[in-house]
Design a protein. Structure first.
Lengths: 422, 373, 82
């Protein structure tokens, strides 16, 4: 990373980051994309598994490869060193990442909500199970219940079924009326409609329930069955895995550390996707949960903006506006119902890293107070899981971001590269 | 206007909480006000090290007395207070520092504080992850470690007669109590300013300056460090009035996490983590414990100590007033000396005989008798 | 046909397809739990993307590696909580 004078650095190798980096490089500017996964694609375009990549993903990945953009996988940004300078760490050591412009495309993660038994092995996140299977975990012949909320559930169900899993149930907490309205809106986007039809084909015969959510997971040492609540009452389903996620939440840790303003839970950006910090842009889920199309659009706009191709960026504004509408539709359709706040028992673990239970957190009045008094959020995940829970259950606002963005070796933070051991 | 209190204490940190508990135990009705949550300031940011220090006779007397009070208290603390007695080892890198070890040993032993000289081999056995070639150290086995925010809350909730108003900033100390930012007032005959690095804002002439510190905490590595380890150079660092300094200071927490410090900076008021300071501090730690380099650090943070010109806290009446007391300026020993501060303050308010002399800590020694507005 | 490599999990030799994650290797070896919480509860991987930290294992002597983000290599020594 020697010539930083004009390098556009892109953080995050999902659709937004790939599109941004490709646009920058295609316009002749020097760019490097940095991602912490072993392979490019982020979450939604994660490679692996027996099904070939979606056409769109393949197209953009090829475009990225041909563009001349440099790629560094297995590398995570852990701290900022000054204006326009970041500290990155990989298993091989550390490096200083200087940039003239920065595009943050750090994506989103799933919102996990607690209920009795949610910590039993084989209760996993929805996209999480897909990621694990793409990473080589066996699923053929296993019975999988999928629950939570959002279009991701159907995508996960489709993928897992094609890998040989037995999908015993898809439980969506949103009501049927909203799902119907959502489907009707898809008609206005042929692309999304086509995706939905394909999914429908692959999921023929799979039991699907709306207004349905898990209330307890049970099993001796691994998951054996899940009890659900639905309009018709309670019922149990025997299964080997519960893949459960309640929507997506943006990864704001790095934007916050850099000082980007956050409004209503998302990074605030102007029409060029520039944040409140000069020369720092943000695209994709951290600016709003909108899925692949929004991410590709915003990534391209940011990329064009950094190389001064404003007229090309402007050409994408209408698509972005449509994407914003889709974000609103998603948020409305899959809004989380209040019953999901009532699932915990007093002894239900809320902070998984520190084993802090619901009853210990319930009397607290703020995130900071909860942290200081119970250690909630002080573990390895630094509140990534339990913070989202606390926001949902008690509307607590999380405090500012502190480095390192992800755990880093002490020697990395000391500015020293790896000490290789035998 | 809230009334019915004998005392209002500004600051619900460990010092304010200890004072509140002590005064309530004396039968007083105490209100404690804090602009933030209980224990949310330096109390939350520091290491929670309970240590006897010999920077001066007065510091030694105060820390020795207070450490004994912690020992008396500890069995009543909740488990989340994480009180442990790992002891401290003052680490000597070379022979000249070993001379300091011997001096300290003599000093501590002659004043009744157990201490043991460790030679190079004994040090290595006590702490295998220290680098080879260190000269030795002084083990002070009864030094302890605690998690202060939980203790602050415990102390405030333990006594009847303590009311806590959190999330309300004090605008001013008045003739008959305090005025809050939101316009309300709390009346009391006596006020205690235990506002730490904010204490100068409320009492004229208080020479307390913020001294920023950084800390880093790792993931869980049980057994990697067994004692609190402090380089003898720490004393030079705490001593100096220069702009910034770092020293090797490492602590095992009950969770198995390792707390790595320490740093001191004057004249910096923003709370941002400074990567250059973190780098210097961790580099210093690597020099003593090379193996710490591959451990996973999960968080860095900062805090502000309340430092005074002579490294001793202010415990007693604010000169020029007859109803305002100070309990502030504890620099890096706030946790250690909080309990003794409470006793000494209470003795001055009640007129009872204190267990140790209060003279060295009286605010008048570093303040003029300015008329309080 | 992916190549097969050998890793050890808690001292046991396990043959796995090259290129899979350590989390997948542990699951393939028949374990569902990977990491014990502070109170001793056994946990399995959850998020699959390195943000929940429930999948941590020791790899080649280095603790707290996120197994869902770590690719298996021949000869890798993996220790998971039991």
């Amino acid at each position: 990373m020697s010539d930083s004078a004009n390098t556009v650095v892109v953080i995050g190798g999902g659709p937004a980051g790939i599109a941004a980096a490709a646009c920058v490089a295609e316009n002749g500017a020097s760019t490097v994309l940095i991602d912490d996964n072993p392979r490019l694609g982020g979450q939604i375009w994660r490679s692996g598994g027996k099904i070939p990549q979606a056409k769109e993903a393949g197209h953009w990945l090829n475009r990225f490869m041909r563009s001349g953009a440099k790629l560094q996988c297995g590398t995570r940004i852990v701290d900022r060193l000054g204006t326009k300078s970041l500290l990155a760490e990989s298993d091989r050591g550390i490096q200083r990442v200087d940039y003239s412009q920065l595009i943050l495309a750090t994506g989103a993660r799933e919102r996990l909500l607690p209920f009795p038994g949610w910590t039993i092995p084989n209760v996993v996140a929805a996209g999480g199970l897909q990621a694990l299977v793409k990473g080589g975990a066996p699923i053929a012949g296993k019975r999988v219940a999928i629950a939570g909320s959002g279009p991701l559930l159907l995508a996960v169900a489709t993928y897992l079924r094609l890998q040989g899993a037995v999908i015993v149930l898809i439980a969506e907490q949103a009501p049927w009326s909203r799902l119907v309205r959502f489907s009707a809106k898809l008609k206005s986007s042929p692309h999304k409609l086509w995706q939905a039809i394909l999914m429908g084909v692959h999921l023929r015969g799979v039991r699907f329930k709306s207004s349905c959510w898990p209330i307890a997971a049970r099993g001796e040492s691994v998951l054996e069955q899940v009890e659900f609540q639905s309009k018709q009452g309670r019922f149990s389903v025997a299964c080997d895995y519960l893949a459960c996620g309640f929507g997506l939440i943006p990864n704001l840790e790095l934007p916050r550390l850099i000082g980007c303003e956050v409004h209503n839970g998302f990074v605030a950006v102007d029409e060029w996707q520039q944040t409140s910090i000069d020369d720092v842009y943000c695209a994709g889920e951290p600016t709003g949960i909108g899925g692949i199309d929004s991410a590709l659009c915003a990534g391209q706009i940011a990329g064009f903006a950094t190389v001064g191709r404003k007229e090309k960026a402007r050409g994408l504004f209408p698509a972005r506006t449509r994407g914003k509408k889709f974000e609103e539709t998603l948020a409305f359709t899959f809004a989380l119902r209040p019953e999901l706040r009532q699932l915990c028992q007093p002894e239900t673990v809320v902070c998984r890293c520190e084993d802090v239970t619901y009853e210990r957190l319930q009397p607290m009045t703020s995130w900071r107070e909860a942290k200081l008094q119970t250690r909630c959020g002080m573990g390895a995940c630094q509140g990534r899981t339990c913070g989202a829970v606390a926001e949902f259950l008690w509307h607590w606002q999380l405090a500012s971001a502190r480095p390192p963005v992800f755990p880093a070796r002490v020697e990395s933070l000391a500015g020293k590269t790896l000490t290789l051991e035998k | 206007m809230a009334s019915g209190f004998d005392i209002v204490i500004v600051g619900a940190g460990i010092v304010g909480a200890a004072c509140a508990a002590e005064l309530a135990r004396e039968g007083m009705r105490v209100a404690v006000v804090d602009r933030d949550i209980i224990g949310g300031g330096a109390t939350a940011a520091g290491m929670g090290h309970i240590v006897v220090m010999d920077d001066s006779e007065a510091q030694f007397a105060l820390t020795r007395y207070s450490r004994r009070l912690w020992r008396d208290l500890h069995s009543g603390l909740p488990p989340q207070a994480e009180y442990e007695t790992p002891g401290t080892i003052w680490v000597a890198a070379d022979e000249s520092e070993m001379q300091e070890v011997r001096r300290k040993h003599e000093y501590y032993a002659s004043r009744g504080v157990a201490a043991e000289i460790l030679d190079s081999k004994m040090l290595a056995e006590a702490e295998p992850n220290l680098r080879p070639g260190l000269a030795g150290g002084l083990l002070v086995p009864d030094d302890a470690v605690v998690y202060p925010p939980v203790v602050a809350r415990f102390l405030l909730e333990r006594e009847r007669g303590v009311s806590v108003i959190a999330g309300s900033a004090v605008r001013a100390i008045t003739n008959d109590g305090v005025a809050l930012e939101d316009g309300t007032r709390i009346s009391a005959a006596k006020i205690v300013n235990a506002a730490g690095d904010a204490s100068p804002n409320l009492t004229a002439g208080v020479r307390v300056a913020p001294r920023k510190g950084h800390l880093v905490i790792t993931d869980r590595y049980p057994g990697f460090v067994r004692h609190q380890l402090v380089e003898l150079g720490y004393l030079k660092s705490a001593h100096t009035h220069s702009a910034e300094s770092v020293a090797f200071n490492v602590q095992p927490r009950r969770t198995g996490q390792i707390l790595i410090g320490s740093s001191r900076q004057y004249g910096v008021t923003n709370a941002d983590v400074d990567p250059a300071i973190v780098s210097a501090m961790l580099s210093r730690a690597l020099q003593y414990m090379p193996g710490i380099g591959t451990l996973s650090a999960i968080r860095c943070w900062t805090g502000f100590r309340a430092s005074t010109p002579d490294k001793l806290p202010l415990i007693g009446p604010a000169p020029g007033t007859d109803h305002v007391y100070l309990a502030t300026g504890h620099e890096g020993l706030g946790i250690t000396t909080s309990l003794a501060t409470a006793k000494l303050l209470a003795s001055q308010i009640t007129g009872r005989e204190p267990e140790i002399a209060v003279t060295p800590y009286l605010p008048a020694r570093v303040m003029d008798g300015e008329k309080h507005a | 046909m992916p190549n097969l490599i050998q890793v050890t999990i808690n001292g046991q030799a396990v043959t796995v397809p090259g290129g899979i994650t350590v989390a997948a290797a542990v699951l393939l070896s028949g374990k569902s739990g990977i990491h014990r919480s502070p109170s001793g509860a056994l946990r399995g991987p959850v998020c699959g993307m390195g943000v929940c930290f429930e999948c941590r294992v020791t790899v080649n002597g280095r603790a707290h590696a996120r197994s869902c983000l770590t690719t298996c290599e021949a000869g890798m020594e993996i220790s998971a909580d039991e």
